[in-house]
Ligand binder design. Structure first.
Ligand code: NAP
Length: 346
């Protein structure tokens, strides 16, 4: 099969389009013919290499896949050859105390498939294998490209806003990177809950997309002062929730944008991990700073119910062939993507 592999860390030039043997399933696994995968920022973190995290080499990235099951392991009962599926990329033991409580990400064996797994175990290939438990039926009305563009960013945004920040009707929610992979989902989740998204992005085109997805307010971060705009929009009150994933460059402004008693929720730090916090905000204003990581399979099932009803839609910026994965990653790194890039192996 064709796959995109890297054997050392570096820039997009380390990605090689190669021939590899097709994967075979373990007893509880299924093999999927990948009809589409999606680019996520963790593909880029893995390729660059992350201090304190082991990336297993040689590596196939890719934590989202949509495709058809072509082989099932000897113990697999509920997934059949021919099933059209998407993947929930959180792998865990499903037996420990944390898994039993639905806290899969605290499981000692927790790994994000296509990021922390390997060698050669991700979706940017013609075939991939995952535990049968990690498959979900592909929503019928979605194309494979749309379906692949959905699970990771949807479950992450859902957990951040619904489970962690407990979004509710009327909340002002500042969404950074509102036209990015996570952002397009966050804006739609906010609309679903009748909350008032304040979408932040770097161009008018991206802000127009955010408005189409349901953002009530938009702020162009290249042209406008974000704190001033948030104060104006909220009539001085500031935001109930800030949806963070940018990190060092935006963290201090995010804290300033938050109201007394407000909640900042973060899952990432694209611009850097070391940020400054004026901790007076924490006690004086009694703000809440919450971390969030992926989401469990139940949260993905909950969120996908709204996809099935057409109330949350995947946003595909473009479809690119697998051999052009390096170019797709460059587009993501230079913030030129609206929603997701779907990758097709053919
Ligand atoms: P993405 O599709 O590349 O979107 C990121 C957006 O951030 C871009 O559209 C860009 O929008 C904005 N941005 C980039 N640099 C910025 C800066 N310096 N200041 C303000 N805005 C900036 O990426 P994504 O998929 O949304 O992921 C975002 C981050 O979350 C990544 O670091 C990723 O690793 C992390 N993440 C974590 C989890 C988890 O489970 N922990 C899950 C998913 C993602 P504009 O340039 O238009 O403003």
């Amino acid at each position: 099969m064709k796959a995109v592999v890297f054997e050392r860390h570096g820039g997009p030039e380390v990605l090689q389009y190669q021939d590899l043997p097709e994967p075979r399933p373990g007893p509880n696994e299924v093999v999927i013919q990948v009809k589409a995968s999606a680019c996520n920022f963790n593909d880029i973190w893995a390729r660059r290499g992350l201090p304190g995290m082991k990336i297993i080499l040689p590596h196939i990235s890719g934590s989202d896949a949509a495709g058809a099951v072509v082989e099932v392991g000897s113990e697999v009962k509920k997934v059949r050859v021919g099933d059209e599926v998407v993947v929930h990329c959180g792998l865990s033991c499903r037996q420990c105390y944390y898994c039993a409580h639905g806290d899969e990400y605290f499981c000692p064996d927790f790994k994000i498939w296509g990021f922390q797994t390997g060698p050669l175990d991700g979706s940017h290939a013609q075939y991939c294998k995952v535990p049968a438990l990690n498959t979900l039926a592909k929503p019928k009305q979605l194309s494979f490209e749309e379906a692949a563009s959905m699970p990771l960013v949807l479950v992450t945004a859902w957990r951040m806003l619904v489970t962690r920040a407990q979004i509710k009707a009327g909340d002002f929610v500042v969404v950074w990177g509102a036209a990015g992979g996570l952002g397009v989902m966050a804006v739609q989740v906010a609309r679903l809950f009748n909350a008032r998204a304040i979408a932040v992005a770097s161009s008018e085109e991206k802000l127009e997309l955010a408005r189409r997805l349901g953002a009530e307010f938009t702020v162009n971060r290249k042209k406008q002062d974000i704190l001033q705009e948030v104060r104006r929009i909220t009539e001085g009150k500031r935001a109930d929730i800030v949806f963070e994933h940018i990190g060092a460059e935006t963290w201090p402004v995010s804290l300033q944008c938050l109201k007394w008693g407000g909640t900042l929720v973060t899952c990432g730090a694209t611009s850097g991990f070391e940020a400054t916090t004026d901790i007076r905000l924490l006690w004086n204003k009694q703000q809440n700073y919450l971390g969030s990581h992926l989401g469990n399979k139940g949260e993905l099932i909950d969120a996908m119910r709204f996809v099935e009803r057409g109330l949350i839609k995947p946003v595909v910026d473009r479809v690119m062939p697998l051999k052009d994965l390096a170019r797709a990653q460059q587009l993501m790194e230079s913030n030129e993507v609206q929603g997701k890039i779907a990758i097709v192996p053919a």
